[in-house]
Design a protein around this ligand. Sequence first.
Ligand SMILES: [Fe+2]
Ligand SMILES: [Fe+2]
Length: 268
Amino acid sequence: MRLLLIGDIVGKPGRQIVATAVPPLREKEQLDLVVANAENAAAGSGMTPTIYRELIAAKVDGITMGDHVYRRREIFSVLATEQRIVRPANYPQAAPGRDVMILHAANKVRVACFICVGRVFMPPVDCALRAADRVLNELPADVKVILMDYHAEATSDMQLMGRHLDGRATAVLGTHTHVATADEQILPGGTAFQCDVGMTGPHKSILGRRIDRVMETARTFRPTHFEVASEDVRLNGTIVDLDAQSGRATAVRRISIDMDTAEKLAKE
Ligand SMILES: [Fe+2]
Ligand SMILES: [Fe+2]
């Protein structure tokens, strides 16, 4: 069985490459499940009901949202009613949205998917390690395939989460930094791990935003609108092969697809 986690989808360019590449990629790579972090999907921050439906129509099975989950208030209705989107599990219980989703993969296997946010250089939240324990303890016993998106800033935090869940989750894959790391591996207990799967959006940018705007604010402190950039659009993500019976990962591989390749895939 094979699943793909797509890294932070940024704005329209990110959504466009997802819509172009994901349907043919599912065929080509025989993907049973596709999950995407989409906290930056709406003009670089947050998510709307229309974009939620757009991503589901692009054959994304589930959506994880990080620290930007509530940037657009329109999403509250989706968080309240839809089954394929999660907010961070280490937010307060009363926070809008669900903290875990059970997705049905193409091969009929049920997959639990959740996200936590880190606590380094990020707003204070509950301990992600304990929140992850709670989510795992509350899962139905027959759900063996578990994908955790750890949305954190510090690589040390991400490695701690990988080791904490090693042997208990199928994959602990990071998002949030918007930069893919070269450390994909299977940990000793059978958990696929990578600090960050990277960004899906324009790479001629500062983390997806226009270089000139971010630079001006960095140099002068003059506020500017950090518009989403447009060039060098790539889809970054990580594919995990796993044994559905045990829930253990057997292989992990980074992918990076540019727009030319995505368009070729779509024409095949
Ligand atoms: Fe992000
Ligand atoms: Fe984030």
